[in-house]
Design a protein around this ligand. Structure first.
Ligand code: HEM
Length: 211
């Protein structure tokens, strides 16, 4: 049972890593320009929003979270993990709590109203709620990179020296945080995100909910 669970978790983790790596690279591109972010996302979206790929992506995610819950149960009463294992577990739990909300907020509008958030949609939420958005996105991406990075390293055990892994993770997080600053319009001037279709949709929903 334990090894099968561990294998299922490693395999689904590695499968989701393929999407996560593409997604992290997308976030980094926001440090370059809005055009680079949106153009890359449009190409990547053609793959991960292909119905077959997207169903496989979410099935993988839910099996991974399910295996994580079962493994945590099976570990009950054993001493807590240390070092990288502890980071891996805590970031995994944090992601499991927020990921459905993130997908609902970003994929929901395109599924239900045909509106993709894109650069200006994220820029709009950062501009409207900066005190919440900056720490939220910074923590989300840091958790994503640490959990995916440590998980891939544990599954592959290909790189012998953990310091190399740590340096790669820190560099990736820093590059993505720069991307968040780009999305916030802090690195170069951006168009007013309030005119984006995502902003108009969100404002419509918000004003509707206040009636
Ligand atoms: C700074 C942090 C992040 C930002 C700004 C961000 C932004 C976005 C955007 C704009 C989309 C919609 C994509 C599209 O319309 O093509 C999206 C979708 C998604 N994101 Fe994120 N994301 C972040 C972090 C993460 C992390 C850490 C994970 C998980 C490890 C994640 C998982 C997903 C998933 C599963 C989707 C749905 C993909 C689909 O369209 O089927 N995101 N995100």
């Amino acid at each position: 049972m334990k090894t099968t669970l561990a294998r299922v978790q490693a395999a689904t983790g590695l499968a989701f890593f393929a999407f996560a790596a593409v997604h992290f690279a997308n976030t980094m591109l926001a440090a370059v320009s809005r055009e680079a972010y949106d153009a890359y996302q449009a190409h990547a979206r053609a793959i991960y929003q292909n119905p077959l790929v997207e169903i496989a992506l979410f099935a993988t995610l839910f099996i991974h979270i399910g295996a994580g819950v079962l493994s945590a149960r099976a570990r009950r009463g054993t001493p807590p993990a240390g070092g990288l294992d502890r980071w891996h577990r805590y970031t995994g739990r944090a992601l499991a709590i927020v990921i459905l909300g993130h997908v609902a907020a970003t994929r929901g509008p395109s599924l239900l109203a045909g509106v993709h958030p894109g650069f200006l949609g994220i820029a709009y939420t950062i501009g409207k709620w900066p005190v919440i958005s900056y720490p939220y996105f910074a923590a989300l991406i840091a958790c994503g990179i640490l959990h995916a990075g440590i998980g891939a390293w544990k599954a592959l055990r290909s790189v012998p020296v953990p310091r190399v892994v740590a340096a790669a993770l820190v560099t990736t997080i820093a590059a993505c945080w720069l991307g968040i600053l780009g999305l916030g319009g802090r690195l170069y001037s951006i168009d007013d995100p309030g005119h984006s279709r995502f902003a108009v949709l969100l404002e419509g929903l918000l004003s509707h909910s206040q009636k």
